[in-house]
Ligand binder design. Sequence first.
Ligand code: ZN
Length: 294
Amino acid sequence: MLVHIKQLFPNSGRDVVGKFAYPAFNTQNLETTMGIIQAAEELGVPVIIDVSEGAIKYAGLTTIFEIMATLAIKAKVPVALHMDHGKDVEQIKTGIELGFSSVMIDHSGDDVEKNIKATKELVDFARTEGAWVQGEIGRIRGSEDWINVSDAEALLTNPDDALKFVQATGVDTLACAFGTIHGIIKIRGGATPVVDLPRIKAVYDKVKIPLVLHGASGVDENIIHEAILAGVAIINIDTELRIAFTEALRKSLADQPEEVDPRYVFKPVIEAVKQTAMKKLRQFNTKNVVVSSQ
Ligand SMILES: [Zn+2]
């Protein structure tokens, strides 16, 4: 069933934060979305599905929303839909009107005052439509779509800035730079992410809203567990699903060189996405979460 993201955080998030985290899986297409939802259904747990501006450019906003929403409505588990790393305010507003219950505005590349102004304007709009807004404070390393932040520029989230940002904007969830890195480099032998666990605790103790960990593909399971205990309640996973998808696709084509029906080519690909998503859903332990009815 399609749910509002707020239904995943009953009791002002107190039933979730410090205990569980929802994976927010990025999708770009039908097959990835199918794999994610099948994983959540098999385990009987709720899930968040994200779409980035890059994926929207690829698939079209309405098209990808309809794919996500149609599969979510039919799903046997609660599914919430989120627009990730929005820079284009008009597009974010269109997404809210379409039915995304959560959107992210990312002005983390600007100074704090500009970031606050842009984020607050979107929060004011989102309130009238009933949507949640995720802001970002601090700068997460790596590259994701239009974002390119070199190591030298990287700025981890300052807990006092985070409090100021949350109070001034009224965001519902907060993406922070805790040392993780966007993209593929860390998995293929590049820079190793060092997660600043005390910083997560310090930020959560100030802001008391669900924290979002971006760039978490490839981060050690024990570190993820510590991050959840410290206050991370949503963990974005993109790269690991992309790798599962493309590696399975290469193998599927090699294994069935005569196959011309995309449905059979994609069958093991959907399964690979599902297995990777199931691994994360198990790690993040949302089995005992109670989802609110409204
Ligand atoms: Zn991100």
